[in-house]
Design a protein around this ligand. Structure first.
Ligand code: ATP
Length: 239
């Protein structure tokens, strides 16, 4: 094991501060944030608009570099990585689920997932068949075994979000970052998507961070943290 790796947690943020330019000064979006999410657990982050939730996800995703602090993804310290190394880390160890799944209109559900594996670029002999098999397995895991051949316009909003979740899991990520996955869904479909995320987190051992306003999200979480003015605190019931 190289010295840059830690085994204790799959996502660790320590004393993370992020500021943005704001006129003549700086706006503090994250203020000394610490978060430790072990594999196989789901942490829900709740908080008012502008409190820093999206910034937290962007930093955890290595899309934005904080002014200060550590971001450790699956044991890898990210501070010293080049842009290319961060991109590879994202492809191999991070899964991201967005508010809208942004599926490609011309591809079937299975092809949306297969594309992820090809972008990942790990090609082996016979890989295409295995990639297809994995896509089918994941679509079955999100309850879409019968929909693998359907294109986005033939799927409901909830089904499209499930495709987005399966796609995020395609490369076997250690860390799953989820941003308001139920905002476009009715209560019942939203609750089902959140239950699914919690189940997949335990089954696949991902360290999952879920930003949500949805009370059903709090119910499925192992831990709820509240975000106020860029700071994290215990947040059970804070939504
Ligand atoms: N690219 C940026 N440049 C400047 N300021 C930004 C930028 N992104 C976010 N901010 C500011 O940082 C603060 C935190 O924003 P962030 O989007 O992380 O909050 P949020 O909790 O996700 O909000 P919402 O729930 O509305 O999505 C806000 O004051 C916001 O205006």
């Amino acid at each position: 094991m190289s010295s840059g790796r830690l085994l204790s947690s799959s996502l660790l943020l320590a004393d993370v501060t992020l500021t943005y330019p704001d006129g003549a000064g700086r706006l503090t979006a994250l203020d000394g944030v610490g978060l430790d999410v072990p594999g196989g657990t789901l942490t829900a982050v709740v908080g008012p608009s502008g409190s820093g939730k999206s910034s937290l996800l962007a930093v955890a995703a290595t899309l934005v570099t904080p002014d200060r602090g550590r971001v450790v993804v699956d044991g890898v310290e990210t501070a010293a990585l080049s842009r290319a190394e961060k991109a590879e880390l994202r492809r191999r160890r991070l899964g991201i689920v967005f508010q809208q799944p942004n599926l490609l209109a011309s591809l079937t559900a299975s092809e949306q997932l297969e594309l992820m594996a090809h972008v990942d670029g790990r090609r082996r002999r016979g890989a295409a068949g295995r990639v297809r098999e994995r896509a089918r397995e994941l679509l079955a895991a999100v309850g879409l075994a019968g929909e693998a051949g359907r294109r986005p316009h033939q799927l409901s909003g909830g089904q499209r979000q499930r495709v987005g979740i399966a796609r995020a899991l395609m490369n076997g990520p250690a860390v799953l970052l989820v941003d308001e996955p139920t905002s476009a869904l009715d209560h019942e479909r939203g609750a089902a998507v959140l239950e699914l995320l919690a189940g997949l987190t335990r089954e696949r051992g991902t360290a999952t961070v879920l930003v949500t306003h949805d009370r059903a999200g709090l119910a499925v979480a192992d831990r709820v943290v509240g975000m106020v003015d860029g700071r994290l605190g215990a947040g059970a019931g804070a939504a």
